[in-house]
Each structure stands twice: as structure tokens, then as C-alpha cells.
Design a protein. Structure first.
Length: 396
């Protein structure tokens, strides 16, 4: 433990292309996805002795299938890192990947580590069905399988019913609360696809996205280059018969992984590299579970206050797009933020939302954008099921 907090730097950040549900990455185990980005990240810093990595933190929202048994440690072993490198897996649902970054940065800041890797992984395609044990042995009754892909399951009957509504219904509740129209949601979704397609065409992801071994996927699989307002308008509401939330203005189900290399000053010298950004302040907040989508509002405010920054000073913002309605509800409450600075290279509606990986993807995206700009302040933030928000400020 040191007498003062150490500066923490993001040296590098990588991610896989994001696969669609049942798509190109569906045949890849989540522990292999995690190992792939971990190995790629370490290989990009050839001066770094992998044995110097003090810990590996990975976020994972599911953990019920092949990502069980501490997927971070499995990734270390499968990536061929020295067996002396430990690994821990954290779960804050959709915020798991960012929580991993925050925990790694905190360990470095207080002197418990000098070099750490943080990331996240999710294979929603491979999330298993689970079967509860019967209350007594040799039950003759039929048993129910529960999908672990997304959302509430095996709900505690003591939970108030209004807290356990589906995620899509939660988005519709925000539509009601903030008066968000269908046209506005579809326009937001269209911008996400156009920004993502343009960023890929301009080569902006070339230094960030790494291939998955044995898979022919060179770009995020859910981007729809040719979609239009007219096409989005034809889609029917999914969660309410008379609702406005559709498959077109919601994030899809996805597979993918992301990882970041974090260091202090000594660790930076060991890599021989210039950092992308410095880690600033973070904040986590809670909100009524059914309004989970507005979770980033207060988390972002608190993180910026801790960092001594304001919304008008931000160069770039990565706001996870669980639903267009959810993202728009947040933007409604940040009047000083220029919307043009939000998700300039596309968001989760186009890129995808592999739950445990998304927070790490967002953080890495901010770091790369700040490095490209040469200076500035960035914010990564996302909503979390069961009513939380998480935010992280980066500086360069």
C-alpha cells in the first residue's frame, strides 16, 4: 500500500468483432474468446514480460455454462500465460466488463498491482439452459429448464412484481416517463448503424479489433449498412402490442470479448509504450430496477464531479445503447452534453451488446478515441439490469 494513489494508464485495448446470436462466433467457447483477446493484447506489447502481469480481471454476466470456473483464470491458462499469473471474474451484469476495469485500476492505484489486464466476455449464443434441483430426491414431476441467455429467471417470490419486469418493458416504461416517440428511437438506431458502418469503412477500428482464430469474421456482424428509416418503421413492437420498442431500435443478442492493459508508471516503462489514456474517476449508482435504463444518468454525473469535469468539456462519450429509448432517456437529462459526441463510431444497437464484454469495449473505445484526438476527456457509461448505472472517466 502506498501513501498516495498512483496514476493508472490504459496502454492498449483490443476486442473481437462482435458476433450475432447464433452467428459466426457461436461455435467459439467463451473461455476461448477471452483467451484470444488476452493473448492478442499481450502480444502487442512485446517488451512486456507476461510474468509481470499481477492479475487479470474479467467481467462475465452469465457464468452458467462454459464460462464457469472463473473464466478469467481459464483465459490466462488457455492463452499460454505463465501459470503464476492469477485471474478473477467479476459480475455486475451488463456492467461487468467496466467493473473489471475499475477493479483493476483500483488495485494499481493503491499499489496492490503494477500491471493488470481487465476485460470482459460473453457468449449469449452458448448460454445454457439450467435445471433447478427438485426439493426432494427422485421427483416424479416434470422439471422446467431456464434459459440463461438474458434477463430474469428463477425470480425470488419476495421481489416486488414491478421490479422484475422484462428489460424491454423497462424500456417502454422510460418511453412513457420521458415522452420518447417511435420516430426518435428509429432515427437514433439508424444513426448507430451509419456511424458504425462509416467507422469501419474509414479504418477507425483497424487498430482496435483483433481476429478470432479459426473464424472468418472481419467486422461486427450486426451492422446493417442498408437499413433506412422506412425499413425500421415496418418493424412491429416486441414488448407491448401498442409499444414503440422494436428489434430495430434495440441492441441484439451477441458474442464477443474485449481486454485492456492497465499499468502504473513502473509498468508503463516495462511495456516501452505510450499510453492511450489515463484512468480518471468512476462511479456506480442504483435506481429502481424497472427504470434500469436511466442508470447512467446519476453515475455519469457523479464520475464527472469526482474528476472535476463537466458534460460540456467531454471530447467523446460511449453510452451503451441497450435500447434507443434507454439511451435517449439518459440524453434527455444531460442537456449540456453535445449529442454529436456520443457514440461517434456507432453504438450497441449496431455493434452489439455481449453483456459481460460491453463495459470493456466501451472503455477501450474511449481510450482509442482520445489517443486519436491527442488530448481530451472521455466518458464511458452504461445501464445495468436490476437497476444500476456505471461510469468511468478517462483523460489524455
Amino acid at each position: 500500500m502506498t501513501d498516495r494513489l498512483r496514476d493508472v494508464y490504459v496502454v492498449d485495448a483490443v476486442r473481437t468483432p462482435i458476433g450475432k446470436y447464433g452467428g459466426a462466433l457461436a461455435g467459439v467457447r467463451p473461455d476461448d474468446l477471452a483467451a484470444g483477446v488476452l493473448g492478442a493484447l499481450v502480444s502487442r506489447s512485446p517488451e512486456l514480460d507476461p510474468a509481470r502481469i499481477d492479475d487479470v480481471f474479467f467481467g462475465d454476466a452469465n457464468g452458467a455454462g462454459e464460462d464457469n470456473r472463473d473464466v478469467a483464470r481459464m483465459a490466462v491458462l488457455l492463452a499460454g500465460l505463465p501459470v503464476t499469473v492469477p485471474g478473477t471474474t467479476v459480475n455486475r451484469l451488463c456492467g461487468s466488463g467496466m467493473e473489471a476495469v475499475i477493479q483493476a485500476a483500483r488495485a494499481i492505484a493503491v499499489g496492490d498491482a503494477s500491471i493488470a489486464v481487465a476485460g470482459g466476455v460473453e457468449s449469449m449464443s452458448r448460454a445454457p439452459w439450467v435445471l433447478q434441483k427438485p426439493e426432494r430426491g427422485y421427483s416424479a414431476a416434470h422439471q422446467q429448464l431456464h434459459s440463461t441467455t438474458l434477463g430474469w429467471r428463477m425470480v425470488n417470490p419476495r421481489m416486488p412484481r414491478e421490479w422484475t419486469v422484462g428489460l424491454g418493458e423497462g424500456a417502454e416504461l422510460l418511453v412513457d416517463r420521458y415522452g420518447i416517440g417511435r420516430d426518435e428511437q428509429d432515427a437514433f438506431a439508424l444513426a448507430s448503424h451509419r456511424n458504425a458502418a462509416r467507422a469501419w469503412a474509414d479504418g477507425l477500428y483497424d487498430g482496435e479489433v483483433v481476429p478470432v482464430d479459426g473464424v472468418d469474421l472481419t467486422r461486427d456482424e450486426c451492422i446493417r449498412d442498408t437499413t433506412s428509416i422506412e425499413a425500421l418503421a415496418t418493424l412491429k413492437p416486441v414488448f407491448r402490442k401498442d409499444g414503440t420498442v422494436t428489434a430495430g431500435n434495440s441492441s441484439p443478442l451477441n458474442d464477443g470479448a474485449a481486454a485492456l492493459l492497465l499499468v502504473d508508471e513502473d509498468g508503463l516503462r516495462a511495456t516501452g509504450r505510450e499510453p492511450l489514456a489515463r484512468v480518471g474517476a468512476s462511479a456506480v449508482t442504483g435506481i429502481e430496477p424497472q427504470y434500469f435504463g436511466a442508470g447512467p444518468v446519476e453515475a455519469a454525473r457523479r464520475a464527472l464531479k469526482k474528476a472535476g469535469r463537466e458534460f460540456g468539456e467531454l471530447h467523446t462519450v460511449e453510452l451503451n445503447e441497450a435500447f434507443a429509448a434507454q439511451a435517449l432517456a439518459c440524453l434527455r437529462q444531460w442537456p449540456d452534453l453535445d449529442p454529436a459526441r456520443v457514440n461517434p463510431r456507432g453504438g450497441a444497437i449496431a455493434i452489439g451488446h455481449p453483456l459481460g464484454a460491453s463495459g470493456a469495449r466501451l472503455t477501450g473505445a474511449v481510450a482509442h478515441q482520445l489517443a486519436a484526438a491527442g488530448s481530451g476527456t472521455g466518458l464511458a457509461t452504461l445501464c445495468i439490469g436490476v437497476g444500476q448505472g456505471l461510469a468511468l472517466v478517462l483523460e489524455r
